[in-house]
Design a protein around this ligand. Structure first.
Ligand SMILES: [Zn+2]
Length: 243
């Protein structure tokens, strides 16, 4: 079942080592078929060079395995919470990419200091509160998802406009309309976090882009008036993947 989505999720997972976003097996991508109410996710702890599309595991929106020989990623409950809470997202990626993890460790958001950030993130990428001992003991991975959802609700952030988050003391989750788009957003976050680290090292002044520059860059690529790149008549979306 969902053979095409399995292929798509497999290919998105294979992008993680290629894009230098994972060390060992520390990462996972999933993608959802909203009509079927099922998502496909990487199996737990399988090396990327051993992975095949057939290894992908199909899970329902309660987090129950529907099909698959292997155990799904241990982060499956986090993905389940996010798919339920954010109905417009089609793919999710989690990595321990080091620059984003540096900000997550320091419990700092990744600020929008430049147009590289503003092209993809309509504002700072937020950081969650650290999980409490009770949350970790109760249902660690699901509570990680709940902490993400709470952060977006409390800070009034639209998860479509800012498609990533840092889980405090852990690392980044990113998402998008498709698994490939989620991986793209995860890589942009890593690049922006690296740039921001250097910018914040060079200067402690508030270097946030002004609202008019944020608006200009974000809306060049997103929404009905986007004009960046080549419009794609098949998907009706603009080519946000192009640099
Ligand atoms: Zn992790």
């Amino acid at each position: 079942m969902l053979e095409q989505l399995k292929q798509e999720v497999y290919e998105a997972n294979m992008q993680l080592p290629k894009l230098d976003l994972v060390t060992f097996t520390w990462g996972n991508v999933s993608g959802i078929d909203r009509a079927a109410g099922l998502f496909v996710i990487k199996p737990s702890g399988v090396a990327y060079d051993k992975l095949t599309p057939d290894d992908m595991v199909v899970v329902n929106l309660k987090g129950e395995v529907v099909e698959g020989r292997l155990n799904p990623s241990s982060d499956t409950p986090t993905h389940t919470v996010l798919y339920n809470a954010f109905p417009d997202i089609g793919g999710i990626v989690h990595t321990h990419s080091p620059w984003a993890v540096a900000f997550a460790s320091a419990q700092l958001p990744v600020p929008a200091l430049n147009t590289t950030a503003a092209d993809t993130f309509y504002g700072d990428v937020p950081v969650t509160a650290p999980l409490t001992q009770a949350q970790i003991e109760r249902a660690y991975e699901a509570e990680t998802g709940n902490a993400i959802v709470t952060t977006f609700q409390d800070e009034g952030i639209d998860p479509t406009a800012v498609p990533a988050v840092l889980v405090a003391q852990h690392g980044p989750f990113a998402w998008g309309a498709t698994p490939a788009q989620a991986v793209y957003n995860a890589k942009v976050l890593e690049v922006v976090a690296e740039i921001d680290y250097h910018a914040l090292t060079l200067s402690h002044k508030d270097s946030h882009v002004p609202q008019y520059l944020l608006d200009k860059h974000y809306y060049r690529k997103h929404g009905k008036d986007a004009y960046y790149g080549q419009s794609n008549p098949q998907s009706g979306t603009h080519a946000a993947h192009q640099a």
